[in-house]
Ligand binder design. Structure first.
Ligand code: BG6
Ligand code: MG
Length: 217
């Protein structure tokens, strides 16, 4: 039975995915390295250091990679100071309360080390039964760790949870954890998702139950 829903944060709950893009773009421009929105798709759900390694493939010095990643994070943390509660995507609060009313547990599963900062700025921490961020895990998506820990914190069997994700690597992570995954975006970007909708406001608990029941083994 469907018992829990685990939400990715960046790009699902709020538009911090756009912030990540702008900050990497700023860094790339400073170093005259090519970077565009298509390339950025591969950064979604991927740890900060791995993103820096992808952006600067010629740099093998890990200290330098770390310095560049820190620089991007400084831009990002500064940008996050603008976040206000109204920046939560439309429909998210309503969906969370629909889930809660129906005894479905909710969690955040993000590889971002800024998870706490973003959720605090949005003032939504108490709306989730469990929060897993980048500081809680070693391996980023596509490894299943973040979602397995989410299910564990909720006290649920992974197979009774559904993940909501905007990243290709995140859908892979959900599947590796034995969970169904709803993609937020387009079928072109997320062909492996079990169902795709443009945004959380297009989802209802019924959709999730139908998906779960249609795929239940
Ligand atoms: C993910 C984003 O949620 O967090 C990635 O999709 C980002 O793009 C990753 O790189 C790590 O974020 P942070 O905040 O720890 O740099
Ligand atoms: Mg995301």
């Amino acid at each position: 039975m469907l018992k829990g829903v685990i939400f990715d944060l960046d790009g699902v709950i709020t538009d911090t995915s756009g912030f990540h893009y702008l900050c990497w773009k700023r860094l790339a421009d400073e170093y005259s390295v090519p970077f565009d929105k298509e390339f950025n798709e591969r950064f979604k759900g991927v740890s900060r250091l791995d993103c820096a390694r992808m952006l600067f493939p010629d740099i093998k010095d890990e200290e330098e990679i770390e310095r560049l990643a820190n620089k991007k994070n400084d831009y990002y943390v500064e940008m996050c100071q603008q976040i206000v509660p109204e920046d939560i995507f439309p429909g998210v609060i309503e969906f969370l309360s629909e889930l809660r009313k129906n005894n479905i547990k909710t969690a955040i599963g993000s590889v971002s080390k800024n998870t706490d900062l973003v959720l605090s700025r949005l003032q939504v921490k108490e709306l989730f039964d469990a929060i897993v961020g980048g500081r809680d895990i070693k391996r980023s998506k596509p490894a299943p760790d973040v979602f397995l820990l989410g299910a564990e914190k909720l006290g649920l069997d992974p197979k009774d949870c559904i993940v909501i994700e905007d990243a290709y690597a995140g859908i892979e992570a959900a599947h590796a954890a034995g969970m169904l995954a709803v993609g937020i975006g387009t079928k072109e970007n997320l062909p492996i998702a079990d169902m795709v909708v443009p945004s959380v406001k297009d989802l209802s608990l019924n959709d999730l139950i139908e998906l779960y029941n249609s795929k239940a083994k």
